[in-house]
Unconditional design. Structure first.
Length: 254
């Protein structure tokens, strides 16, 4: 079987699962959000990471049913956690540019929220900068539809694309997830500290919550705290973990 055919079968047989990676308040370490990250549970190859199949999914249109399953699984998980009395935080879903262009993502989100009785405030969506640029496109309409639901929107991998400050303001984005390339070069005294400080300053000036991705060391966290970065995510806090292991992370407050 080709990868495409295998992936099609995997989607039909519901072999996709979500891992969760926490995002925490930089100053207090308090849990603020859980990012949902899709995995393919392959019978022979084990857990396949998204980089190995999302490009194929986008090229073949399979990203549309995959995107629907991801939204469904995230909402179902939220409902399960709520039913179990877990002190839930929003779950953040990655939506690809292809989905924004081809799918009524707003309507899919609304249906899933209703299906599981979930408050829109418990969902967030991450989109890359390229997805949000052109006015008048389906993507721009879907971004507006997602906002209208009351779902928060974050720019993913910020700093690697082309969005202008005016676009970010117009689209009413809630926050910037600063690409891990910027975090990775943060050491005391490095010039990149000034660059990150400028990102925080500009982001705050246009009302964005600033999230640093890819925090891997205590020193990076300390610098980000000094810079007034709002939230952090990365292996230093936690790797992405299966839902069962994510439960323990909810207890990690303050
Ligand atoms: O989890 P990991 O770091 O391996 O993810 C690799 C890439 O796959 C990241 O860019 C991430 O945004 C993307 N990704 C993870 N889950 C999803 C998903 O559910 N949908 C889409 N479109 N992309 C995802
Ligand atoms: O593009 P996006 O930001 O959604 O990508 C998320 C991906 O980044 C996940 O697949 C996750 O495995 C990876 N990731 C998360 N934290 C870290 C980190 O601290 N270091 C590195 N190298 N990758 C990370
Ligand atoms: Mn992301
Ligand atoms: Na990112």
């Amino acid at each position: 079987l080709t990868l495409q055919a295998e992936l099609k079968r995997a989607v039909e047989n519901r072999c996709l699962a979500l891992y969760y990676q926490p995002r925490v308040h930089a100053g207090t370490g308090k849990l603020t959000s859980m990012e949902a990250l899709v995995r393919w549970n392959h019978p022979e190859r084990g857990i396949v990471p998204p980089d190995a199949f999302i490009p194929v999914a986008e090229a073949t249109g399979l990203i549309l049913p995959i995107g629907e399953q991801v939204i469904d699984m995230a909402c179902r998980q939220l409902a399960e956690w709520q039913a179990a009395g877990v002190p839930v935080v929003p779950v953040s879903i990655n939506v690809s540019p292809y989905q924004l262009e081809q799918q009524q993502v707003g309507a899919v989100l609304a249906a899933a929220l209703q299906r599981y009785g979930i408050d829109a405030a418990l969902l967030e969506v991450e989109v890359t900068e390229s997805a949000t640029v052109q006015q008048g496109t389906n993507a721009a309409g879907e971004v507006a539809a997602i906002k209208a639901l009351g779902v928060k929107l974050y720019v993913d991998d910020f700093g690697t694309g082309y969005s202008s400050l005016s676009q970010l303001k117009r689209l009413d984005m809630d926050g910037l997830k600063v690409d891990r390339a910027f975090t990775g070069s943060l050491t005391h005294g490095a010039s990149d500290v000034s660059l990150f400080r400028a990102i925080v300053s500009i982001g705050h000036a246009i009302g964005m919550t600033i999230v640093a991705e890819g925090v891997e060391t205590r020193e990076q966290l300390a610098i980000l705290q000094e810079l007034g970065c709002d939230e952090v995510q990365g292996y230093f806090i936690s790797r992405p973990v299966p839902a069962a292991d994510a439960l323990a992370l909810f207890g990690r407050r303050t």
